[in-house]
Design a protein around this ligand. Structure first.
Ligand code: V0D
Length: 261
């Protein structure tokens, strides 16, 4: 849409750097809070939606690199339950992005053996959004490569609350006693129940908060923050983050676990 205004090209990912990363433990699950799209646009005198659109292209680029690195799960925070408070025109534009993304890239995702999943409440999404995402999930459900997990209309406290409510139902029915309840009962009730916990969390754009993202799942995760805005987040940025993760996990040298040792 704004592509003609914004001739941007990135050099191809450095193959030497890639193979050095592959020599060591690559994080199995990377989660990203993709922040700074609006600011990126504002700095160029463009409407915020131009930043969201450019951010969508970064999603494609980073998905491909994560797949090349052998990452098992890439979770992307695309839309929070708080984001409904934004102006209606912006929300409407955002809700068109999954369709646009998938109409351009679904064949590529299928080709690259990527499995699309989503976490979040599907119910309040517009039907056109839900249908596009459903189709992508269905068409890629047997793929065995990277799991591309979109957090869409997601909020972590609501997720935990729902899990706890389900447990309360089981206690009320006598299936479970309060003393039986373990951490695994909670983990198993979350939308991430079939995924490994994130090894690495990235947040772009200089903010250093969780903003109600995966509060339970991030208990032992390494955090990596950058001032880079999401539309400017390059393959090199992801490799910086993964290299830093590898330095940290080398330092633990077999003492990994709770990080307190
Ligand atoms: C805007 C930056 C891809 C963050 C990235 C509805 C904000 C671009 C998707 C997408 C968004 C979601 C599901 C799916 C396929 C693609 C997306 C939203 C926002 C919110 F199955 N980018 N993207 N969804 N942005």
């Amino acid at each position: 849409m704004f592509d003609k205004l914004l001739k941007r090209k990135e050099p191809p990912a450095d193959a030497g750097r890639l193979s050095a990363i592959l020599e060591e433990e690559v994080p199995a699950h990377i989660a990203i809070i993709m922040d700074g799209n609006g600011r990126w646009a504002k700095m160029r005198g463009l409407p915020r939606i131009a930043g969201h659109h450019e951010g969508m292209k970064t999603v494609r680029k980073i998905t491909r690199l994560a797949n090349q690195l052998g990452v098992e799960v890439l979770t992307l925070y695309a839309f929070s339950t708080e984001n409904w408070k934004r102006p209606k025109t912006e929300v409407d534009f955002l809700m068109r992005l999954p369709e646009e993304f998938l109409s351009s890239y679904l064949p590529e995702l299928v080709e690259e053996n990527v499995r699309v999943t989503m976490m979040g409440s599907e119910d309040s999404l517009p039907p056109h959004t839900r249908n596009a995402v459903r189709k992508a999930i269905d068409e890629t459900q047997d793929n065995t490569g990277l799991v591309l997990n979109f957090a869409l209309n997601y909020g972590s406290r609501a997720e935990i609350t729902d899990a706890v409510r389900e447990l309360a139902v089981r206690v009320a029915s006598g299936e479970l006693t309060p003393a039986d309840i373990t951490e695994d009962h909670i983990s198993d009730g979350l939308m991430t129940h079939s995924l490994p916990e994130p090894d690495l969390l990235i947040r772009t754009s200089g903010e250093e908060r969780l903003s109600n993202f995966m509060l339970w799942q991030l208990a032992y995760t390494e955090f990596w923050f950058t001032k880079t805005l999401w539309p400017d987040f390059s393959s090199d940025c992801l490799m910086d983050a993964v290299e830093d993760y590898q330095r940290r996990s080398r330092r633990y040298g077999g003492l990994k676990g709770d990080g307190m040792t």
